[in-house]
Each structure stands twice: as C-alpha cells, then as structure tokens.
Design a binder for this molecule. Sequence first.
Ligand code: FES
Length: 127
Amino acid sequence: MTQDSTSRRRTAEQLISVGRADELPPGSMKEAIHLGRSIVVANIEGTYVAFQNSCLHYGVKLSDGTLDGDVVTCRWHQWRYCPLTGEVLAEESPYETLTTFTVHVRDGELLAEREPKTRIRPRQECK
Ligand code: FES
C-alpha cells in the first residue's frame, strides 16, 4: 500500500457522509445522522456547514427552525445561532457556542468531519 492510499483511507475514515450536495440548495438545511446523533446540515450561500440539532435552550430540533442568510432561528423561543461559527446570538443564553462540524464536498457527497470544529462552551462568568 502506498503512502498516498494510506492517507486517503485515513481521511475517509475521519469523514461521515451526511447527504448529497444537490439535495441541499443554498438557503436550505436538513437533518442528518452523524455517529448516531442528529445534526443539521445547511447550505449557507454555497458553504456547507453542520451543527448539533438541539437548541441550547430546551433542546428543540434546530432543523425545524428557519435559516435566513447565516442565522438559524429556533422555532420555539427564537434563540438565534450562527452556523458558520457556532456562535449563540441569544443574549440570554448561558452558552457562547454550539457544536459544529466542518463539511467537505467530494464528488457531490457531503462529508462531515468526525471531530467537532467547535464544542458547546458556556459563557465566561465575570468575577
Ligand atoms: S427551545 Fe429553542 S429557543 Fe427555546
């Protein structure tokens, strides 16, 4: 086995298929499964992103919310998130970020990285 095929296989093992690019036009999002957990895959004006599918408020599915530009809004109490950075835009939230995943496109297939790009992070408390 060549070094090139070894690194290609390792890369493939670190990526999770989460759908087809042609099924996700710009401005849309959908639920997918990533290592047994529900995530959202979204097309933000040609940039594909993935993030946890539970609102940090009461856990409602964010895939049932709305995507407007680069802002996802939860359908229940309208907490807002930036799926590109994971930033929580709700001022009352005790969290700063969602869990997000980098998504690659290969031969039209959407492949999310196994390891998160950002993880849920609580806001820093002032002391
Ligand atoms: S459950 Fe999402 S804002 Fe309340």
